[in-house]
Write a protein that binds this ligand. Sequence first.
Ligand code: ACO
Length: 399
Amino acid sequence: MTAETRPRYAHLTGWGRYAPAGVLTNADLERMVDTSDEWIVSRTGIRERRVAAAHETTASMAAVAALRAIAVAGIKPEDVDLILLATLTPDYWMPATAALVKEAIGNTKATAMDLAAACSGFVYGYATAQAYITSGMAKHVVVIGAELLTRFLDYTDRNTCILFGDGAGAVVLSASDEPGGGLGIELTTEPQGAYMIWLPSGGSKSPPSAATIARGEHFIRMEGRETYRFATRTLATTALAAIEHAGLQPDDISLIIPHQANVRIIEAVAKGLDLSMDRMFVNVDRYGNTSAASIPIALAEAANSGRIKVGDRIVIVAFGAGFTSGAVAIQWTADPVRGALGDAVSPDSVHVRPPVDWDSVDPIPDALAEILARPGRVPLDLSNVVPGEPEPAAHPALR
Ligand code: ACO
């Protein structure tokens, strides 16, 4: 492919999401740690988060979201040249979870790889996909953000266990010569924040052992205040840089889709960009922080709920461990009505091949299994993988 024949644009042509059926409410967490619904809502905006069932994995959730995005894009799984899966909770250290997703969606030709940039992972993946397309190396790319965080949380640590949830979202980017798609990209990495959010053991520096497990080093650790400071300092400036690279002004942006970590952080982004909260998409109340999955889940919900129309300029912007941040200013070109095509993909029809002669122990943390099974709480069928559509919480700060 020569410079003359290379596509100049990467349009966002498909989007999809998958949310597991299990719901963990603030009331459930009140029974697990010393916290309150009032504290969690006022400090974070979170009311509930989703919990994957025992038979679900990052790969299985990712595959459903990817197939939905592929259906919306109007292509076949076999048309995909590259699968990029952003996650900090892969099924295994190896192989890449993206390889399992490739098989599960029925694709034989794509390059498939995982991408690690924590909560910024999906935005980093989006930028990488755009680079592949505009260099002529791929025509259709699936970018997925998928996380199963509830298996890496210490349910005795109220600083972290209230924040995170499970889920997956995906987009398809497709080559085009017509203007549109990602117009401006900004990515940053600030390693001085490397140990502000981290998972100490399991890597080569500290391989897993009885001792590391006894010390709880297989759980996510976080310096909340430092992370909050980084997020409020960085998100607006990263978004602004992407908007400027696109030759636009903040007022040209009809909707900002920020990483859903905390509604107070989202309010700070709105203030930093001098935009009103009605231009910020918020669903953190229903999912908590799903890390790399948060933006693609939010983007799919925004498109399907009529918040985006053809010609709109939107911005996706994230921050996360690393410290990382990233933003893309996107010109929307797809008919949002196509979002309904994703509904045809049933989670029951998607299977990730398990290993031969090996099975995991029950993956659900004991404290979580116990609370989810407790009588008196809203009945929860952990074998049910059909995603529900909960009503948005009617919190004034969130709507
Ligand atoms: N319930 C009740 N009290 C709590 C809870 C809880 N769940 N958690 C902490 N507290 C207490 C603290 O112990 C502290 O008590 P103290 O004053 O007696 O020490 C008090 O509440 C205030 O704690 P702060 O940390 O100052 O609370 P803050 O208002 O900063 O809110 C929060 C904490 C929500 C964690 C906030 O700092 C935050 O959102 N930080 C960003 C976190 C984030 O987004 N992380 C994801 C990063 S993305 C990624 O890559 C994974």
